[in-house]
Each structure stands twice: as C-alpha cells, then as structure tokens.
Design a protein around this ligand. Structure first.
Ligand code: GDP
Ligand code: IMO
Ligand code: MG
Length: 453
C-alpha cells in the first residue's frame, strides 16, 4: 500500500506532522522531490524535530529514502543525521543513485540570481535548489551515483566548475571564491562520497522500493513544498524548481503512476494560507514588507487579524524570525490542487489557530473580468487580478484541544466541523484527519489510510 502526502497550498501545511501521525503503520518514508528548502516539523512527547532533508519517518525508526527526484546537499544531510543521533535516534537514511547533488556553487548562484532578478525574485530559501535542477535539466548535473565514482566526479566537476567560474566572472563580475575552487570542492565532496559508502546509504531507489513493496511493505511518499509552488502547476515564476504535486511522486521515486495511484493521495490543507515568498496572494490579510507586492507598512487591510493568525499559528520563519504572509483559505487554489493531484482525501490542519475568531472567511471563488472564476487562472499575473468572492462561516470557540483529540472527530466544535465538511464537499473527497495542535496527539484521525484501507 502506498500513501502519498502532498501540500495543497503554498508549503508549511503541516505535512511532516501528518507523515508522522500516519507513519506508525508505514515501513518506508520517501521524499520524492526538493531538497533542504523544506522544513518539516514533527512534535511528539514534548520533543520538536525540524527536518529539512531527512524524511519525517526518521523520528519513528522507519527506513527513509531520498528518491531520485530529490536534490541532495550532503553537508545538510550529514548535519541532520548527526543532530538526530545526538538526540538519541538512529536514522536509517538511503539516498537514490539518481538523485542530484547540490554543490556550494549552486547556493552561490541562488543568491546571486535572486538579487539580480529584483521584482521577479521568488524569495527562495537560497539553498541552491533552482540552480541544481537547472544543471539537471541542462545535463551538466552530478548525481549521487557520479559522486561515488571518483573518475566520473572529477570529470563532471572539472567541466562544470570551469563553466560556473566563467559565468560568475563575466556575467556577474564577482570573484568566485571557495565555492568555485575545484580542488576544495572535489576534496570536500570526496569526503561525503566516502561517508555515504561507509554507511551503505546509496541505493538504486526505484528498485529498492519495488523490492520492499513486493515483500509487502507499506510506503509513505512525503511531498515537500506545495501544489502552488510546483514548477508546472504553481504560481510561476514564484515557485520552487520541482514537481511537488503527486505526479512528482512517480518520476521522483521510480515507481510508475499505476503504483502510486493504487494507493491514497492525500492533500494537506492548512485552514488558512501562509506564504514565505513573493508574488500575488488574492486572499492575503495585511502584508509583509519585501514580500507583499507594493506593501506599505501598516497600510494593508486587516493588519490586526493578520497579526492574530500569525501569532496563534506561529507563522514566523524558523531561522530568520521573519513574519510570514497570511490570508484566508483560497478555495480556487484547492480546487486546482485537487485536480492536479487527483486527491483521494484531505487533512485539514490548524483548526485550533482559527478558533476564537467571530467569523472565518474563505475565498470561495474569484471575480475576474466581471465573471465568476472557480479555479486558478494559468498565469500568475492574471491570478493577481482576481478578487476573492468570500463566503463567511461562523467562528468556533477555543476549547480543550487535548480532550477533543482524545474523544475524536465528533468532539470538534460544530463550527469547525461545518468548515471542514465544506472543504471536503467542494473538493469531493474524504477527510482523513484534522489537526488541532502541533503534536502527534493533536492529529485527530478519522480514517487511517493504512489501517482502515
Ligand atoms: P510542513 O512543511 O508542511 O511539514 O509544515 P511545517 O512544519 O513547516 O509548518 C507547520 C507548523 O505548524 C509546524 O510548526 C507544526 O508543528 C505546526 N502544526 C502542524 N499542524 C498543526 C495544527 O493542526 N495546529 C497547530 N497549531 N500547529 C500545527
Ligand atoms: P515545506 O516542504 C514554504 C518557497 C520559497 C520561495 C520558493 C522557491 O516546508 O512546505 P526554493 O528555495 O525552493 O527555490 O524557493 O518556494 N518554498 C517554500 N515555502 N514551504 C516550503 O517547504 C518551501 N520550499 C520552498 O519561499 O518562495
Ligand atoms: Mg515547512
């Protein structure tokens, strides 16, 4: 059985927590795209784990695989594994030979290009994700299988480092520094290659998963980012550089669509919107300088409401402490996500964050050129012209969420149940769970995708 977990919006919907909540029943957790641009949180027993590259199954002693669709920064990978070991865990992480490797020059170029792009910048995480996928598509990338083959590594790097040095100097007029010092890069990465081999982490990803499936293993595919950040289906160009939607689970694991589609594809929905990055956001409340287009501090509408949701939801960057953009739920975005991913179900998280509001609004459709528009238009510029047509729901009170979580779905406040039913009915899918807090115990499971299959 395979369960694919996909972000339905703009990332940070609580995917890590859901992988963890359903994860007891899985044998293997697989990331199929992205790299250390992700930040997935698992909270259990008063412990909080923030994982950027290692799949969330690491917290539960599962086998964890970085599939061929991922881009892997070995420095982050080993830092994360070491940090987990220091906390008493012993993560079993395998890396697909076909996954691409992030080098220091990818990070360098991520930063340089973001600056050069000005208003077209996506507000990237500067982890080198875009430049690595760019090299992959241009057939000058280095894969994990090349990294562990010394001659191939040397040959590939000698071409690419030279090329990047030229670009850095002639296009951007910068001194490339250590990131483009061939000997330094080679020595550092030979070290990573040695460790990957010593710890027997390298696998032929698709074949590895196929073998385990044949032996009856249950697999969980952990999407990173979200559908509106998908390179094809997201708000281009303010997107990431991979297919975060369910199609990416096929190309990024090495198991075909009939295998992925034989299981559940579950969209993770945050009960409102949060956005780290630039570009339009029709249902935005308030704004954040530098990210909200044309924003002037304290002149945005509904600043107070935005601050309330931001504070209740902890919507501040984990590294920078910077405020995230927030907004009401955007139903056209979810209809788009349901089609793109073929959701069989959803999880609605963060219901506790919205508790205590008198009313909760949803952008039910958009008005565009005087017509009603039920889903996202294909260009982001047109999306920016959309005016949300709101539907208003009665709010629900803050209650003792621990006891709701213990009693189950029916114990949710009526207003919250109405809200969740609306989302599920609009998308024509089942509700697998809802989130009423950050920890494993705060996920109220209604239908378990493995156990109730
Ligand atoms: P991911 O990137 O989709 O895995 O999500 P993140 O971990 O980046 O962000 C989600 C944040 O919300 C984390 O701090 C979670 O612990 C937290 N969280 C997840 N679900 C809920 C929920 O239902 N309620 C509340 N209050 N917090 C939640
Ligand atoms: P998780 O998996 C939220 C955003 C960045 C930027 C754009 C491109 O935790 O949900 P990139 O570094 O990928 O080239 O940045 O995508 N972004 C995310 N936003 N959650 C994420 O991951 C994100 N990963 C990338 O802010 O706008
Ligand atoms: Mg995140």
């Amino acid at each position: 059985m395979i369960v694919t977990i996909v972000g339905a919006q703009l990332g940070d919907e609580g995917k890590g927590g859901i992988v963890d909540a359903f994860g007891a029943a899985a044998d293997i957790v697989v990331r199929y795209q992205g790299g250390d641009n992700a930040g997935h949180t698992v909270v259990h027993d008063g412990e909080e784990y923030k994982l950027s590259l290692v799949p969330s199954g690491a917290v539960r002693d599962k086998i964890n695989v970085l599939g061929n669709g991922c881009v892997v920064n070995p420095a982050t990978l080993f830092d994360e594994i070491d940090a987990l070991r220091e906390r008493g865990l012993d993560p079993d992480v395998r890396v697909s030979e076909r996954a691409h490797v992030i080098f220091p020059y990818h990070r360098l170029f991520d930063g340089i290009e973001e600056e050069a792009k000005e208003s077209l910048a996506a507000g990237t995480t500067k982890r080198g994700i875009g430049p690595t996928y760019e090299d992959k598509a241009a057939r000058r990338g280095v894969r994990v299988g090349d990294l562990i083959a010394p001659e191939t590594l040397r040959e590939r790097l000698s071409y690419v480092v030279e090329q990047k040095r030229d670009i850095a100097a002639s296009v951007y007029g910068i001194d490339p520094g250590d990131a483009l010092d061939f000997d330094a890069v080679l020595a550092e990465y030979e070290g990573y290659a040695a460790r990957l081999q010593e710890e027997e982490m390298v696998v032929d990803g698709g074949a590895f998963l196929e073998r385990h499936l044949a032996d009856g293993a249950d697999l969980m595919f952990e999407g990173a980012q979200g559908t509106s950040l998908d390179i094809d289906h997201g708000i281009y160009p303010y997107v990431t550089s991979s297919n975060s939607s369910a199609g990416g689970a096929c190309t990024g694991t090495g198991l075909g669509p009939t295998i992925v589609g034989s299981g559940e594809v579950i969209g993770i929905v945050k009960g409102y919107l949060s956005r780290v990055g630039t570009g339009p956001l029709p249902t935005e409340l308030g704004g954040v300088e530098g990210h909200t287009p044309g924003y002037v501090e304290n002149e945005g509408e509904h600043e107070e409401l935005a601050s309330y949701i931001r504070d209740e939801g902890g919507e501040y960057g984990t590294v920078t402490g910077r405020a995230r953009r927030v907004g009401w739920l955007d139903m056209p975005m979810l209809r788009h996500a349901a089609r793109v991913n073929g959701f069989t179900g959803v999880v609605v998280n963060h219901l506790d964050v919205l508790a205590g509001l008198d009313e909760v609004k949803v952008g039910h459709t958009y008005e565009l050129d005087g017509a009603d528009q039920p889903t996202m238009p294909p260009t982001t510029e047109r999306w920016g012209e959309c005016e949300p047509v709101y539907r208003t729901f009665d709010g629900w009170p803050a209650v003792d969420w621990d006891s709701v979580a213990r009693e189950g779905y029916e114990a949710l406040p009526e207003g919250a149940k109405t809200y969740v039913s609306y989302i599920a009915e609009e998308l024509g899918v089942e509700v697998f769970a809802v989130g009423v807090g950050p920890s494993r115990d705060h996920t109220v499971i209604r239908k378990h995708p493995f156990e109730d299959a």
